[in-house]
Design a protein around this ligand. Structure first.
Ligand SMILES: Nc1ncnc2c1ncn2[C@@H]1O[C@H](COP(=O)(O)OP(=O)(O)OP(=O)(O)O)[C@@H](O)[C@H]1O
Ligand SMILES: [Mg+2]
Length: 356
Protein backbone atom coordinates (compact mmCIF):
# COMPACT_ATOMS: atom_id res chain seq x y z
CA UNK A 1 0.00 0.00 0.00
CA UNK A 2 1.05 3.59 0.25
CA UNK A 3 1.76 4.23 -3.42
CA UNK A 4 -0.03 6.95 -5.36
CA UNK A 5 -1.97 4.57 -7.54
CA UNK A 6 -3.45 2.86 -4.52
CA UNK A 7 -4.53 6.26 -3.16
CA UNK A 8 -6.42 6.85 -6.37
CA UNK A 9 -8.07 3.43 -6.05
CA UNK A 10 -9.12 4.17 -2.46
CA UNK A 11 -10.49 7.57 -3.49
CA UNK A 12 -12.58 5.88 -6.17
CA UNK A 13 -13.86 3.25 -3.73
CA UNK A 14 -14.70 6.03 -1.27
CA UNK A 15 -16.85 7.70 -3.93
CA UNK A 16 -19.16 4.67 -4.20
CA UNK A 17 -22.16 4.43 -1.88
CA UNK A 18 -24.66 1.61 -2.35
CA UNK A 19 -28.29 2.48 -2.05
CA UNK A 20 -29.75 2.39 1.48
CA UNK A 21 -26.24 2.68 2.96
CA UNK A 22 -25.09 5.78 4.79
CA UNK A 23 -21.37 5.28 4.19
CA UNK A 24 -19.19 4.49 1.17
CA UNK A 25 -18.03 0.93 0.51
CA UNK A 26 -14.44 1.59 1.67
CA UNK A 27 -15.12 3.30 4.99
CA UNK A 28 -17.98 0.94 5.86
CA UNK A 29 -15.35 -1.86 5.73
CA UNK A 30 -17.05 -3.75 2.93
CA UNK A 31 -13.74 -3.83 1.05
CA UNK A 32 -11.16 -6.19 2.52
CA UNK A 33 -7.65 -7.26 1.48
CA UNK A 34 -7.17 -4.48 -1.06
CA UNK A 35 -4.12 -5.16 -3.18
CA UNK A 36 -2.61 -3.57 -6.32
CA UNK A 37 0.11 -5.44 -8.17
CA UNK A 38 1.11 -5.76 -11.82
CA UNK A 39 -1.68 -3.36 -12.84
CA UNK A 40 -4.21 -5.60 -11.15
CA UNK A 41 -6.56 -4.53 -8.32
CA UNK A 42 -7.73 -7.32 -6.08
CA UNK A 43 -10.05 -7.29 -3.03
CA UNK A 44 -13.03 -8.99 -1.45
CA UNK A 45 -16.34 -7.17 -1.19
CA UNK A 46 -18.74 -8.00 1.62
CA UNK A 47 -22.41 -7.59 0.70
CA UNK A 48 -25.53 -7.62 2.85
CA UNK A 49 -27.94 -10.51 2.17
CA UNK A 50 -30.44 -8.12 0.60
CA UNK A 51 -27.77 -6.84 -1.79
CA UNK A 52 -26.86 -10.28 -3.09
CA UNK A 53 -29.52 -10.29 -5.79
CA UNK A 54 -27.92 -7.19 -7.25
CA UNK A 55 -24.38 -8.54 -6.70
CA UNK A 56 -23.36 -8.81 -10.34
CA UNK A 57 -24.62 -5.33 -11.12
CA UNK A 58 -22.73 -3.88 -8.13
CA UNK A 59 -19.56 -5.76 -9.10
CA UNK A 60 -19.71 -4.55 -12.71
CA UNK A 61 -20.28 -1.00 -11.58
CA UNK A 62 -17.24 -0.97 -9.27
CA UNK A 63 -15.07 -2.73 -11.87
CA UNK A 64 -15.94 -0.14 -14.46
CA UNK A 65 -15.06 2.72 -12.10
CA UNK A 66 -11.69 1.20 -11.22
CA UNK A 67 -10.81 0.34 -14.82
CA UNK A 68 -11.11 4.00 -15.70
CA UNK A 69 -8.01 4.66 -13.57
CA UNK A 70 -4.82 4.81 -15.62
CA UNK A 71 -2.60 1.70 -15.25
CA UNK A 72 -5.44 -0.39 -13.84
CA UNK A 73 -5.81 -3.16 -16.40
CA UNK A 74 -7.60 -5.77 -14.37
CA UNK A 75 -9.99 -5.73 -11.42
CA UNK A 76 -10.67 -8.87 -9.46
CA UNK A 77 -13.49 -8.69 -6.90
CA UNK A 78 -14.38 -11.66 -4.74
CA UNK A 79 -17.89 -11.35 -3.34
CA UNK A 80 -18.70 -12.54 0.17
CA UNK A 81 -21.93 -12.39 2.17
CA UNK A 82 -21.89 -10.20 5.23
CA UNK A 83 -22.37 -12.22 8.42
CA UNK A 84 -25.27 -10.52 10.14
CA UNK A 85 -25.08 -12.84 13.16
CA UNK A 86 -21.68 -11.37 14.03
CA UNK A 87 -23.27 -7.96 14.38
CA UNK A 88 -26.53 -8.89 16.03
CA UNK A 89 -25.19 -10.97 18.88
CA UNK A 90 -26.63 -8.67 21.50
CA UNK A 91 -29.62 -7.44 19.63
CA UNK A 92 -32.55 -9.73 20.44
CA UNK A 93 -34.81 -6.85 19.56
CA UNK A 94 -33.33 -6.03 16.18
CA UNK A 95 -35.98 -6.29 13.46
CA UNK A 96 -36.22 -9.79 12.04
CA UNK A 97 -35.40 -9.96 8.35
CA UNK A 98 -36.07 -13.47 7.09
CA UNK A 99 -36.53 -12.16 3.53
CA UNK A 100 -35.69 -9.16 1.43
CA UNK A 101 -39.36 -8.23 1.23
CA UNK A 102 -41.94 -9.37 3.76
CA UNK A 103 -45.57 -8.98 2.80
CA UNK A 104 -48.48 -9.54 5.15
CA UNK A 105 -51.81 -10.81 3.86
CA UNK A 106 -54.43 -9.65 6.32
CA UNK A 107 -58.12 -9.20 6.83
CA UNK A 108 -60.19 -7.61 9.52
CA UNK A 109 -62.23 -10.77 10.04
CA UNK A 110 -61.98 -14.48 9.44
CA UNK A 111 -63.21 -16.61 6.60
CA UNK A 112 -62.85 -14.05 3.80
CA UNK A 113 -60.28 -16.08 1.87
CA UNK A 114 -57.05 -14.76 3.33
CA UNK A 115 -55.20 -18.08 3.29
CA UNK A 116 -56.44 -18.92 -0.21
CA UNK A 117 -55.20 -15.53 -1.37
CA UNK A 118 -51.87 -15.84 0.47
CA UNK A 119 -50.88 -19.15 -1.10
CA UNK A 120 -52.02 -18.28 -4.63
CA UNK A 121 -50.29 -14.89 -4.54
CA UNK A 122 -47.15 -16.61 -3.21
CA UNK A 123 -47.35 -19.09 -6.11
CA UNK A 124 -47.79 -16.25 -8.61
CA UNK A 125 -44.60 -14.60 -7.30
CA UNK A 126 -42.82 -17.94 -7.58
CA UNK A 127 -43.92 -18.16 -11.22
CA UNK A 128 -42.41 -14.72 -11.72
CA UNK A 129 -39.16 -16.44 -10.69
CA UNK A 130 -38.68 -14.99 -7.24
CA UNK A 131 -37.49 -17.07 -4.34
CA UNK A 132 -40.64 -17.16 -2.22
CA UNK A 133 -41.62 -18.38 1.22
CA UNK A 134 -44.98 -18.58 2.94
CA UNK A 135 -45.44 -18.37 6.67
CA UNK A 136 -48.77 -19.33 8.13
CA UNK A 137 -48.88 -17.07 11.19
CA UNK A 138 -52.49 -17.90 11.88
CA UNK A 139 -51.68 -19.62 15.13
CA UNK A 140 -55.30 -20.29 16.07
CA UNK A 141 -56.39 -21.72 12.74
CA UNK A 142 -53.43 -22.76 10.61
CA UNK A 143 -54.42 -23.45 6.99
CA UNK A 144 -51.14 -24.31 5.33
CA UNK A 145 -51.14 -28.06 6.14
CA UNK A 146 -54.44 -28.39 4.26
CA UNK A 147 -53.56 -26.00 1.44
CA UNK A 148 -50.23 -27.72 0.78
CA UNK A 149 -51.38 -31.27 1.46
CA UNK A 150 -48.41 -31.66 3.80
CA UNK A 151 -48.87 -32.63 7.42
CA UNK A 152 -45.61 -34.24 8.54
CA UNK A 153 -43.28 -32.54 10.98
CA UNK A 154 -40.48 -30.52 9.43
CA UNK A 155 -36.90 -31.66 10.07
CA UNK A 156 -34.27 -29.79 12.00
CA UNK A 157 -30.75 -29.21 10.71
CA UNK A 158 -29.38 -29.19 14.24
CA UNK A 159 -29.75 -25.44 14.60
CA UNK A 160 -32.97 -24.45 12.90
CA UNK A 161 -36.21 -25.89 11.55
CA UNK A 162 -36.08 -26.66 7.85
CA UNK A 163 -39.19 -25.34 6.07
CA UNK A 164 -41.20 -27.70 3.91
CA UNK A 165 -40.99 -27.43 0.15
CA UNK A 166 -44.52 -26.91 -1.17
CA UNK A 167 -44.64 -26.65 -4.99
CA UNK A 168 -41.28 -24.80 -4.77
CA UNK A 169 -42.35 -22.49 -1.96
CA UNK A 170 -40.55 -22.58 1.39
CA UNK A 171 -43.48 -23.22 3.67
CA UNK A 172 -43.85 -23.08 7.45
CA UNK A 173 -46.86 -23.28 9.70
CA UNK A 174 -47.50 -23.85 13.38
CA UNK A 175 -49.80 -26.57 12.08
CA UNK A 176 -46.74 -28.57 10.98
CA UNK A 177 -45.33 -28.42 14.51
CA UNK A 178 -48.14 -28.93 16.98
CA UNK A 179 -51.23 -31.15 16.87
CA UNK A 180 -54.39 -29.59 15.50
CA UNK A 181 -56.34 -27.66 18.16
CA UNK A 182 -53.34 -27.46 20.52
CA UNK A 183 -52.81 -23.80 19.71
CA UNK A 184 -56.36 -22.76 20.40
CA UNK A 185 -55.74 -22.68 24.15
CA UNK A 186 -52.64 -20.47 23.85
CA UNK A 187 -52.83 -17.01 25.31
CA UNK A 188 -51.40 -13.74 24.03
CA UNK A 189 -47.72 -13.99 25.03
CA UNK A 190 -47.46 -17.61 23.87
CA UNK A 191 -48.94 -16.68 20.52
CA UNK A 192 -46.45 -13.88 20.11
CA UNK A 193 -43.55 -16.11 21.05
CA UNK A 194 -44.70 -18.76 18.58
CA UNK A 195 -44.91 -16.22 15.76
CA UNK A 196 -41.46 -14.84 16.57
CA UNK A 197 -40.05 -18.33 16.66
CA UNK A 198 -41.44 -19.10 13.23
CA UNK A 199 -39.62 -16.07 11.90
CA UNK A 200 -36.38 -16.51 13.79
CA UNK A 201 -35.84 -20.25 14.17
CA UNK A 202 -36.79 -21.38 10.68
CA UNK A 203 -33.97 -21.82 8.21
CA UNK A 204 -35.41 -19.58 5.48
CA UNK A 205 -33.08 -19.84 2.51
CA UNK A 206 -32.20 -16.69 0.61
CA UNK A 207 -35.80 -15.50 0.28
CA UNK A 208 -36.68 -12.60 -1.98
CA UNK A 209 -40.21 -12.48 -0.65
CA UNK A 210 -41.90 -13.95 2.39
CA UNK A 211 -45.69 -13.93 2.36
CA UNK A 212 -47.19 -14.00 5.82
CA UNK A 213 -50.73 -15.30 6.20
CA UNK A 214 -51.73 -13.20 9.19
CA UNK A 215 -54.15 -14.26 11.88
CA UNK A 216 -57.55 -12.62 11.32
CA UNK A 217 -58.30 -9.46 13.24
CA UNK A 218 -56.23 -6.67 14.64
CA UNK A 219 -55.07 -8.04 17.99
CA UNK A 220 -51.74 -8.68 19.71
CA UNK A 221 -50.27 -11.15 17.28
CA UNK A 222 -50.85 -8.81 14.34
CA UNK A 223 -49.31 -5.88 16.13
CA UNK A 224 -46.29 -7.88 17.28
CA UNK A 225 -45.68 -9.07 13.78
CA UNK A 226 -46.02 -5.63 12.29
CA UNK A 227 -43.52 -4.30 14.79
CA UNK A 228 -41.00 -7.16 14.85
CA UNK A 229 -40.45 -7.48 11.14
CA UNK A 230 -39.84 -4.79 8.60
CA UNK A 231 -42.90 -5.30 6.43
CA UNK A 232 -42.57 -4.12 2.84
CA UNK A 233 -46.33 -3.83 2.81
CA UNK A 234 -49.68 -5.40 3.52
CA UNK A 235 -52.43 -6.77 1.30
CA UNK A 236 -55.95 -6.55 2.67
CA UNK A 237 -58.47 -9.19 1.65
CA UNK A 238 -62.12 -8.31 1.87
CA UNK A 239 -65.42 -9.67 0.65
CA UNK A 240 -67.86 -7.19 -0.84
CA UNK A 241 -70.25 -7.09 2.12
CA UNK A 242 -70.35 -3.88 4.06
CA UNK A 243 -69.54 -5.59 7.31
CA UNK A 244 -66.40 -7.08 5.91
CA UNK A 245 -65.35 -3.68 4.58
CA UNK A 246 -65.72 -2.14 8.02
CA UNK A 247 -63.43 -4.88 9.27
CA UNK A 248 -61.06 -4.34 6.37
CA UNK A 249 -60.83 -0.67 7.36
CA UNK A 250 -59.76 -1.75 10.86
CA UNK A 251 -56.98 -3.77 9.25
CA UNK A 252 -55.92 -0.81 7.13
CA UNK A 253 -55.79 1.46 10.14
CA UNK A 254 -53.69 -0.96 12.13
CA UNK A 255 -51.03 -1.06 9.43
CA UNK A 256 -51.16 2.69 9.02
CA UNK A 257 -50.54 3.10 12.75
CA UNK A 258 -47.33 1.13 12.50
CA UNK A 259 -46.34 2.79 9.21
CA UNK A 260 -46.68 -0.26 6.99
CA UNK A 261 -47.60 0.66 3.40
CA UNK A 262 -50.79 -0.86 2.03
CA UNK A 263 -49.99 -2.59 -1.26
CA UNK A 264 -53.66 -2.88 -2.04
CA UNK A 265 -57.06 -4.41 -1.41
CA UNK A 266 -58.28 -7.63 -3.02
CA UNK A 267 -62.00 -8.20 -3.23
CA UNK A 268 -62.58 -11.91 -2.81
CA UNK A 269 -65.78 -13.83 -3.61
CA UNK A 270 -66.59 -10.77 -5.63
CA UNK A 271 -69.22 -12.29 -7.90
CA UNK A 272 -70.31 -15.65 -9.26
CA UNK A 273 -69.83 -16.36 -12.95
CA UNK A 274 -72.49 -18.89 -13.82
CA UNK A 275 -71.35 -21.19 -16.58
CA UNK A 276 -74.91 -22.44 -17.15
CA UNK A 277 -76.59 -19.12 -17.84
CA UNK A 278 -73.39 -17.22 -18.66
CA UNK A 279 -74.27 -14.44 -16.24
CA UNK A 280 -72.26 -12.64 -13.61
CA UNK A 281 -74.23 -12.94 -10.35
CA UNK A 282 -73.23 -10.24 -7.94
CA UNK A 283 -74.38 -12.04 -4.83
CA UNK A 284 -73.08 -9.64 -2.22
CA UNK A 285 -73.24 -6.57 -4.41
CA UNK A 286 -70.05 -5.82 -6.26
CA UNK A 287 -67.53 -2.99 -6.34
CA UNK A 288 -67.60 -2.16 -2.63
CA UNK A 289 -63.92 -2.82 -2.11
CA UNK A 290 -62.95 -0.92 -5.25
CA UNK A 291 -64.90 2.15 -4.15
CA UNK A 292 -63.50 1.84 -0.65
CA UNK A 293 -59.94 1.57 -1.95
CA UNK A 294 -60.45 4.70 -4.02
CA UNK A 295 -61.86 6.56 -1.04
CA UNK A 296 -58.92 5.55 1.12
CA UNK A 297 -56.37 6.27 -1.60
CA UNK A 298 -54.96 2.73 -1.65
CA UNK A 299 -54.55 0.57 -4.76
CA UNK A 300 -57.28 -1.86 -5.72
CA UNK A 301 -55.45 -5.03 -6.71
CA UNK A 302 -58.17 -7.20 -8.22
CA UNK A 303 -61.47 -8.92 -7.77
CA UNK A 304 -61.58 -12.70 -7.46
CA UNK A 305 -64.94 -14.34 -8.21
CA UNK A 306 -66.52 -17.11 -6.22
CA UNK A 307 -65.15 -20.11 -8.02
CA UNK A 308 -65.70 -23.76 -7.34
CA UNK A 309 -62.30 -24.86 -8.69
CA UNK A 310 -60.62 -22.40 -6.34
CA UNK A 311 -62.27 -24.04 -3.35
CA UNK A 312 -61.84 -27.64 -4.46
CA UNK A 313 -58.19 -27.18 -5.42
CA UNK A 314 -57.51 -25.62 -2.00
CA UNK A 315 -59.32 -28.44 -0.24
CA UNK A 316 -57.32 -30.98 -2.26
CA UNK A 317 -54.02 -29.43 -1.19
CA UNK A 318 -53.19 -28.31 -4.72
CA UNK A 319 -53.85 -24.55 -5.02
CA UNK A 320 -55.22 -23.30 -8.30
CA UNK A 321 -52.16 -21.33 -9.48
CA UNK A 322 -50.17 -24.56 -9.23
CA UNK A 323 -52.91 -26.90 -10.44
CA UNK A 324 -54.29 -24.85 -13.32
CA UNK A 325 -51.75 -22.10 -13.97
CA UNK A 326 -53.44 -20.91 -17.16
CA UNK A 327 -56.98 -20.70 -15.85
CA UNK A 328 -58.89 -17.42 -15.65
CA UNK A 329 -58.55 -17.34 -11.86
CA UNK A 330 -54.81 -18.05 -11.98
CA UNK A 331 -54.37 -15.18 -14.45
CA UNK A 332 -55.99 -12.90 -11.87
CA UNK A 333 -53.47 -13.98 -9.23
CA UNK A 334 -50.63 -13.48 -11.73
CA UNK A 335 -51.84 -9.92 -12.31
CA UNK A 336 -51.82 -9.35 -8.55
CA UNK A 337 -48.28 -10.77 -8.31
CA UNK A 338 -47.00 -8.46 -11.07
CA UNK A 339 -48.68 -5.47 -9.49
CA UNK A 340 -47.05 -6.21 -6.12
CA UNK A 341 -43.62 -6.52 -7.70
CA UNK A 342 -44.11 -3.21 -9.44
CA UNK A 343 -45.02 -1.51 -6.18
CA UNK A 344 -42.24 -2.90 -3.99
CA UNK A 345 -39.55 -2.50 -6.62
CA UNK A 346 -40.54 1.11 -6.98
CA UNK A 347 -40.39 1.83 -3.29
CA UNK A 348 -37.13 0.07 -2.51
CA UNK A 349 -34.91 -0.35 -5.55
CA UNK A 350 -31.31 -1.18 -4.92
CA UNK A 351 -28.79 0.16 -7.35
CA UNK A 352 -25.29 1.49 -6.98
CA UNK A 353 -24.99 5.26 -7.01
CA UNK A 354 -21.99 7.52 -6.94
CA UNK A 355 -21.21 10.62 -4.89
CA UNK A 356 -18.52 13.11 -5.74
N1 LIG B 1 -63.00 -16.93 -4.33
C1 LIG B 1 -63.38 -18.06 -3.74
N2 LIG B 1 -64.26 -18.89 -4.33
C2 LIG B 1 -64.68 -20.02 -3.72
N3 LIG B 1 -64.27 -20.42 -2.52
C3 LIG B 1 -63.39 -19.64 -1.88
C4 LIG B 1 -62.89 -18.44 -2.44
N4 LIG B 1 -62.01 -17.89 -1.56
C5 LIG B 1 -61.97 -18.72 -0.50
N5 LIG B 1 -62.78 -19.77 -0.69
C6 LIG B 1 -63.04 -20.86 0.25
O1 LIG B 1 -63.59 -20.27 1.44
C7 LIG B 1 -63.09 -20.91 2.60
C8 LIG B 1 -62.36 -19.88 3.49
O2 LIG B 1 -61.22 -19.42 2.81
P1 LIG B 1 -59.84 -19.22 3.57
O3 LIG B 1 -59.54 -20.37 4.44
O4 LIG B 1 -58.84 -18.86 2.54
O5 LIG B 1 -60.23 -17.95 4.43
P2 LIG B 1 -59.45 -17.27 5.63
O6 LIG B 1 -59.79 -15.83 5.58
O7 LIG B 1 -58.03 -17.64 5.62
O8 LIG B 1 -60.16 -17.96 6.85
P3 LIG B 1 -59.67 -18.06 8.37
O9 LIG B 1 -60.05 -16.79 9.00
O10 LIG B 1 -60.45 -19.23 8.90
O11 LIG B 1 -58.19 -18.28 8.36
C9 LIG B 1 -62.19 -22.02 2.10
O12 LIG B 1 -62.94 -23.22 2.05
C10 LIG B 1 -61.82 -21.60 0.69
O13 LIG B 1 -61.52 -22.69 -0.15
MG1 LIG C 1 -56.84 -18.71 7.04
Amino acid sequence: MGNKKLDKIVTTLRSIVLQDQSNNIFDSKCVNGLNFENNKVHFTLELLPEQLKEAQQIKNFIQEKLLSIKQVDKVEIILTAHNIKKENKNSQNAPLRPAKYIIAVASGKGGVGKSTTAINVALSLLKLEYNVGILDADIYGPSLPKLTGISNKPKSNGKKIVPHNAFGLQAMSIGYLVPEDAATIWRGPMVMRAVEQLLRDVDWQNLDILIIDMPPGTGDAQLTLSQRVKLAGAIIVSTPQDLSLIDARKGLNMFKKVNVPILGIIENMSYFQCTKCDTKHEIFGNGGAKAEAQKLGVPFLNEIPLDISLRTSSDDGNPVVHKEPNSFISQKYMEIGSQIIKTIELSEKLSPRIIQ
